[in-house]
Design a protein. Structure first.
Length: 193
């Protein structure tokens, strides 16, 4: 037997003894093409802003983060020490929080509507649902502000800024201009991150 024959025989033996199999992937047919890769629907960096809420004595009572999304600004907040029960919460038109927080101006309302989700002529873009602080005194919430941006149309970070304000009582969602939600007990200036 020649050396060439021995080499061919050894190669066949190795191939026959191997347990690995090679599989080919089916080709997409013209009637059923391969799906296109999913489009990236998340921008590389969404604009963000933050606010530190303080009560009228200057004590820190919470933080909030504001994130631009495709449908509005997402508000995520952690609140503590503002008292149990229901509180109205709104975005106000000026980025100032000098106690008793009248410096924050009225509600953020670039469309010049009346206050309240139940008001036929409302609501302000800065109106948000009431929050209910539980017995533990700590609360985390997320709200979306549709039609609001951090920069651009209906922007919170405009020339005079904006603030987030907590009130002592429940917003009735009807009464203009502030929903009878009581005194301003917490405020935070919204600043770019």
């Amino acid at each position: 037997m020649s050396s060439r024959s021995i080499f061919v025989l050894a190669a066949l033996c190795v191939a026959a003894c191997s347990k690995s199999t090679v599989r080919s992937l089916p080709s997409p047919s013209p009637t059923n093409p391969a799906p296109a890769p999913a489009a990236n629907t998340t921008p590389a960096a969404m604009a963000q802003a933050t606010a530190v809420l303080r009560d009228v004595a200057g004590t820190r009572v919470g933080t909030a983060t504001f994130t631009d999304t495709y449908t509005g600004v997402l508000v995520t907040a952690n609140i503590t020490g503002l008292g149990l029960g229901a509180h109205g919460i709104h975005i106000h038109e000026v980025g100032k929080c000098e106690p008793p927080f009248a410096s924050a101006g009225g509600h953020f309302n670039p469309e010049h509507r009346q206050h309240g989700f139940l008001n036929p002529n409302g609501s302000h873009l800065g109106d948000m649902p009431n929050v209910d602080t539980p017995a533990a005194g700590q609360l985390r919430f997320e709200f979306l502000l549709p039609g609001v941006t951090l920069k651009g149309t209906n922007a919170l970070l405009d020339a005079d800024g904006a603030s987030i304000v907590m009130h002592s009582g429940r917003d009735d969602y009807t009464t203009d201009p502030s929903g009878n939600s009581g005194a301003r007990i917490g405020c935070g200036v919204i600043v770019a991150k």
